[in-house]
Design a protein around this ligand. Sequence first.
Ligand SMILES: NC(=O)c1ccc[n+]([C@@H]2O[C@H](COP(=O)([O-])OP(=O)(O)OC[C@H]3O[C@@H](n4cnc5c(N)ncnc54)[C@H](O)[C@@H]3O)[C@@H](O)[C@H]2O)c1
Length: 330
Amino acid sequence: MTPFDAFKGTRALITGGMGFIGSNLALALVELGAHVTIADAMIPGYGGNLFNIEPIRERVTVNFCDIRDANVMNYLVKRQDFVFHLAGQVDHILSLTDPFPDIDINIKGTAIVMEACKHHNPSTRVIYTGTRGQYGEAVSLPVSEEAPTHPKGIYEITNLTAEKIIEVYNDVHNIHSVLLRLTNIYGPRAQMLHSRYGVVNWFVRLALDNATIKVFGDGQIKRDFLYVGDCIRAILLAAICDEARGEVMNVGIDRPTNFVELANTLIEVCGSGSWEFAPFSPERKAQEPGDFYSDISKIRRILGWEPETSLRDGLAATVAYYRQHKAHYW
Ligand SMILES: NC(=O)c1ccc[n+]([C@@H]2O[C@H](COP(=O)([O-])OP(=O)(O)OC[C@H]3O[C@@H](n4cnc5c(N)ncnc54)[C@H](O)[C@@H]3O)[C@@H](O)[C@H]2O)c1
């Protein structure tokens, strides 16, 4: 018996389920015996990829739809035990030049999902994945959930707003919700076509292409890079733990790595690629929060969750996946 046996026979809706984290979650839930429905709009430039769910294609229901379509969401949330709300505009670079997709999808879309739950399935559980970017610059390290939130971009503001919206539905409308703030996640099934988000995966692509990785600044900025398998375990535990209700929890690692270490480890694991220093572009410089790594004592205490995958092992698994399935991601 494991705590995850609780998912057997349950019904789960995953918004953004064709994307990086959503598809890994779908695979895990199907493996655990849940009936999974995916809602995804497959917006070009985002992470949706049909191949992501190849191993479970016959065992999930896929609904190509937009979370901003209230009629569809009203229908899809019905009879779901869990609503994993992962659909979003996640390109923080784009959000600097055009704030409206973030505002529309991440704020309005989240309100539509929560209204659908309120009217059509108030006893469901909602799990939301926000971002460490909601904190902005770290006031002290590691960054705990008590730290002030000073987001440096529209993407991050809209994630914080979505979190606040969901908190209202939890507190006022009595919809059991859990709010996670994810650090930089990497691993199989992320988009590999552009560098606007997902820095570790982008480095993996360059190493596999035997190209030169650009390490911005002096490469000493600290980050907690978390393997997607660990992230999925956190999301699953958050869904089934009664004590997690209404809580905001960091999902990260309290052992940080800097970008030079990341590049060196990756090149060693991959056996190809190289790296060089490069100056920040002005827009990246403006958004760079400096050193960041998460205090994970709260999620440890409430969920008993612990990151288990070392950077080296996580990178090796990521490299192996893309080496095998390159044709579907390049
Ligand atoms: N990957 C990370 O490092 C990371 C870090 C912090 C937070 N997050 C959050 O986790 C969630 C998932 O991120 P990801 O990395 O899997 O991104 P992703 O781009 O791979 O997946 C997002 C999916 O959402 C879908 N989508 C976007 N707008 C939609 C809409 N209006 N209707 C329906 N589907 C829509 C996209 O088509 C895509 O398949 C996001 O909310 C993101 O903000 C991710």
